[in-house]
Structures are given as C-alpha cells and as structure tokens.
Ligand binder design. Structure first.
Ligand SMILES: O=C(O)CCC(=O)C(=O)O
Ligand SMILES: [Fe+2]
Length: 298
C-alpha cells in the first residue's frame, strides 16, 4: 500500500466552516491513513504551490550565501541522524515560534525572507489546526481536545517550528558509508506538514519495508509524530522516515519545508482513550527529554 491521498477541499483554508457530511468523510479518510500508514497526502488544502515556491527558492538563496551563521548543517532543535560519524547531508534554517530573537538572514542577503517565512508559518498553523480538529473527530473525541492544547503556536510557550531544508548536490564518491540526506527518524511532536520539491523521501511500512513517497506539487504531506502516537494510545502511528541520497551522477539539489507542530509547553498530554497506557506528561517535558536523549544535552 502506498501513501493515501485525501481531498481536503471541504475544509480548505479558503472555506469557512466544514459541513457535517464533509467532516465525517474527512474523518474516516484521515483515520484510515493515520492508523495504517501514519502519512497522508492532502490535496486542495488552500496552501498553493505559488505560496510554497518562494519559500523553497529562498532557502537555496540563503544557503548560497554560505556560512551564514543562520544556516546550520546540524540543527540542534530537531531529530537528525543517530549516526554521528556520517551526519546528514543537509542544511537547515529553523524558525521556532515567531519570536523576535530569531536570527533572520539580513534582508539585503535574502530579500523578503522573514516576511515570506512568517506568512508561510501562519498559513501552516491554520492548516494544522484544521487537521487537528478533524483528527479529534475521527477518534470520536471532543473536537477541542487537540486544539485546546495548541493555543499558542507562534509564541515562546510553544515549540512549533518551520524548518527550511536545503540538501546540496551530493558527490556520491565522497559520501560516507551509510550517509543519507536525512537519516532514519520519527518526528517528536504532534503532527508534521511537509512540502517537498523532489523525490527522495521514504516512509517505513509496518512490514518494515520502506516505500518511496512521490513529490506531488501542490499536495501537503502530513504525518503523525511521536507525542501524538502516545496521546492516541498508539491508535495513530508515528513511523520512521528518511531521505535517500540521489543516484550516483545526479547532482541535483533538494528542498523541503517541514512544519513541526508541537502542543503548548504546559499542555498535559494524557491518553485520549482514558486508558493509562502512558502516564500523563507535559508536552514541554516530553519534548525536552526527547531532544536531550538525541543530543545529550538538556
Ligand atoms: O526533507 C524531507 O523531505 C523530510 C525531512 C524530515 O523528515 C525532517 O526534517 O524531520
Ligand atoms: Fe521527519
């Protein structure tokens, strides 16, 4: 089975409310995707390719300015590789919340960067809230249960991050054993929205085999992350994924935008089915633990 595709047009950002009929339909479709695969392509979300393209182009410009302190090949706030001797072949710019202390590239270096990234962040936030609402419905829960834990996206009491990723050309002769563009990992928070401009992403199936995700212009790839799996008592699955190196001789670059949605730091996450499969934990504590496990720091 490949990654399912769902038409989100009934709850697109250009629509006001969703009809009951559409809500039921979307709920069923998302539930199937998130219980069986953990990933889904959403079509007609209201975020268009015209919005995604400038953000993609910019990250390659920012990277071309090279060795700007803001572009880091190792992004300390995110899961990367568990293989330190063969680090991921990528560069990333993280806009964690929209606080004034983000070190944006100087506006003469990459004109419009801050504005475009900020607008894109806000669009992703709106879409994420809609997806979270449908997810609650699909589990038969109070529609507010996830939303009320995501009230502060874009502020310093919520860790939601827009990460712009640039994967430079790869010289496969120089690549180390086991080195990838992005090593196998699962994401940590609630859900992730992903916008990619080319192939390379692979997603692990339950059977253990990896399937290649196509790059579909205009579609948003949404996946369940680890804290959401815990929150749903493992009903929704957070699965391993990775980005492969291009084939030898292929010197193309790759860009992607990942919007990592996290609950508010203070939100208490307890199993939504009322079970005690996992003890309640604040999202802030959970995420701090996960990041320090990966990076050996607090
Ligand atoms: O670049 C991609 O397509 C995936 C990146 C990713 O999975 C991540 O940064 O967590
Ligand atoms: Fe990821």
């Amino acid at each position: 089975m490949s990654i399912p595709a769902v038409d989100f047009g009934g709850f697109s950002l250009s629509e006001g409310e969703i009809s009951d009929r559409e809500l039921h339909k979307l709920s069923r479709e998302l539930q199937t995707a998130f219980t069986e695969v953990g990933f889904v392509f959403l079509h007609n979300t209201g975020i268009t390719q015209e919005e995604v393209r400038p953000a993609h182009i910019q990250i390659s410009c920012a990277s071309a300015q090279h060795k700007m302190p803001h572009m880091c090949s190792f992004s300390p706030t995110t899961p990367t590789t568990l293989n330190p001797s063969a680090p991921d072949l990528k560069e990333a710019f993280n806009a964690a919340s929209l606080q004034p202390d983000i070190k944006w590239p100087p506006s003469d270096a990459v004109p419009g960067f801050q504005e475009i990234q900020t607008n894109f962040f806000l669009r992703c936030k709106e879409l994420s809230l809609r997806v979270l609402r449908v997810m609650a419905h699909s589990l038969g829960l109070d529609p507010e249960v996830f939303l009320s834990a995501h009230q502060f996206i874009g502020t310093d009491v919520n860790g939601t991050t827009l990460r712009s990723l640039y994967y430079p050309p790869v010289n496969s002769e120089k690549a180390k054993e086991g080195q990838l563009r992005c090593g196998e990992h699962s994401d940590y928070g609630s859900i992730t929205l992903l916008f990619q401009n080319s192939k390379g992403l692979q997603v692990r199936r339950r059977s253990g085999e990896f399937i290649t995700a196509p790059s579909i212009p205009g579609a948003v790839l949404v996946n369940i992350a680890d804290l959401m799996q815990r929150w749903t008592s493992d009903q929704f699955v957070s699965v391993l994924h990775r980005v492969l190196l291009p084939p030898p001789g292929d010197s193309s670059t790759r860009q992607s935008l990942a919007f990592f949605v996290q609950p508010d730091d203070e939100a208490m996450i307890s199993c939504c089915d009322g079970s005690n499969k996992y003890p309640p934990i604040s999202a802030g504590d959970y995420l701090t633990d996960r990041f320090s496990e990966s990076y050996g720091q607090s």
